[in-house]
Design a protein around this ligand. Structure first.
Ligand SMILES: N[C@@H](CCC(=O)N[C@@H](CS)C(=O)NCC(=O)O)C(=O)O
Length: 212
């Protein structure tokens, strides 16, 4: 498998899933500004949306969209139990993946992190945050994970919550969510993935500063 990723982007969730599974994969870094891979390939030609993650599957297909990519990895490595085994658990997982992708990632965090978003757009996104974070808070007051055990949904939520300090989202009013995030980042696979990608993120920032 090959994972197209940008450092500390949502594609971190798939790296986490691959590390949790102990899977061998090739990681191809995409500069989110220039849309070039590190070896100079035009990423628009690879993924016409220009977004990460994109996963080249073992049989050569290119799969995009976090929810699809994460479930593919979960299914490819069943021994890692990154997906619930029962039908109700799978439904809950799909529900959380939809929630994280649309309600949290896109509705709240993308506008708050986008330097081109105007103040009104940021205010609108900020306004959306409290309800969504309170839904997570209520769930995590009663559960250790989004579904019955660690799953790809936890990998995705962790990747999104990592952005909170950069997006100006204060998690302090949500103690169960804050504790959950702290607990997730202590998992060896997650700590390793964040450590490696944060280093790549700093290198990317330094390259951009030098080029400016
Ligand atoms: N709907 C896509 C969204 C992916 C996405 O927003 N990726 C971001 C990084 S977290 C990205 O590549 N942004 C660059 C861009 O949109 O040009 C998914 O769920 O995979």
């Amino acid at each position: 498998m090959e994972l197209y990723f940008s450092p500390m982007a949502c594609s971190l969730a798939t790296r986490i899933a691959l590390y949790e599974a102990g899977a061998a994969a090739r990681f191809i870094e995409v500069d989110s500004a220039s849309k070039r891979t590190r070896d100079g390939a035009d990423y628009w030609q690879i993924n016409p949306m220009g977004q990460v993650p994109a996963l080249r599957t073992e049989d050569g297909r290119l799969l995009t969209e976090n929810a699809a990519v994460l479930q593919h990895v979960g299914e490819a490595f069943p021994a890692a139990a990154l997906l619930p085994a029962d039908a109700a658990g799978r439904d809950a997982l799909r529900q959380w993946l939809g929630f994280i992708g649309t309600e949290l990632h896109k509705a709240v965090f993308v506008p708050l992190l986008d330097p081109h978003a105007v103040a009104e757009v940021k205010a609108y996104a900020s306004e959306k945050a409290a309800l969504r974070l309170s839904v997570l808070e209520r769930h995590l007051e009663a559960h250790d994970h989004l579904v019955s055990a660690f799953s790809v949904a936890d990998a995705y939520l962790t990747a999104v919550l990592n952005w909170a300090p950069y997006a100006g989202v204060d998690l302090a009013p949500w103690p169960a969510l804050t504790n959950y995030h702290r607990r997730m980042t202590r998992r060896p696979a997650i700590s390793r993935a964040i450590g490696e990608e944060f280093e790549l993120y700093k290198q990317e920032q330094a390259r951009r500063k030098k080029a400016a």
